[in-house]
Design a protein around this ligand. Structure first.
Ligand SMILES: Cc1cc2nc3c(=O)[nH]c(=O)nc-3n(C[C@H](O)[C@H](O)[C@H](O)COP(=O)(O)O)c2cc1C
Length: 181
């Protein structure tokens, strides 16, 4: 009888121990989830693209950040830590659709703007976005991504362009990676 009681007591203790361990693990899991939720960054990617090159860059950025890239028809409706925004330039001083988009956006939803652009020789898009941030007191990332595509010929500008190399793809991924939490 003594042995039986001893074994029962041990099994009860083990059971109790398992329960305590289980509830401890559950609590740790919950704490982990809360920490991950609080610290994981949120991203949005928006682009303006006539010929598809900026779209391609935006898609790789978005894929690296784990979100979708949308054109400027899609407004920002939720809080984001980083808004990546970029476009091409078409014989203008600045990119009007980007200007309109930023002016029409509720800037209180955005933590920081990350500019990117594709161009032939020289693009004002990055400068334009930086100026917007400065004038509107919104944080702009120190780094930006300006892709100068090597073009095949004058008539290809913006529409065909050169091959999309793995080096170029890596450069875009590396850039996005800098903003991953
Ligand atoms: C009509 C036209 C005008 C352009 N003007 C400029 C320009 O002034 N400066 C520049 O750097 N690139 C200029 N480009 C090049 C584009 O900005 C560049 O090819 C860009 O990658 C196009 O982006 P997209 O393919 O996303 O539209 C021009 C392209 C086109 C088609």
């Amino acid at each position: 009888m003594g042995r039986y009681l001893q074994r029962l007591a041990i099994s009860q203790l083990l059971l109790y121990n398992n329960c305590v361990q289980y509830s401890l693990m559950q609590s740790l899991h919950k704490i982990n989830l809360i920490i991950m939720e609080d610290f994981s960054m949120t991203y949005a990617v928006r682009y303006q693209s006539q010929g598809g090159k900026t779209k391609k860059v935006a898609q790789i950025l978005a894929q690296t950040l784990g979100v979708e890239a949308y054109d400027l028809d899609t407004p920002i409706t939720e809080q984001v830590d980083y808004l990546f925004i970029g476009g091409g330039l078409y014989i203008k001083r600045y990119n009007q659709p980007i200007k309109d988009y930023l002016e029409g956006t509720d800037l209180s939803l955005i933590g920081e703007i990350v500019p990117f652009a594709t161009c032939n020789e020289f693009s004002n898009v990055i400068k334009q976005i930086r100026n917007f941030c400065k004038n509107n007191n919104i944080k702009c990332a120190n780094e930006d991504l300006c892709i100068k595509w090597v073009l095949e010929g004058m008539f290809d500008i913006g529409f065909k362009g050169a091959e999309f190399t793995p080096e170029l793809e890596n450069r875009i991924k590396e850039f996005a990676g800098k903003f991953l939490a």
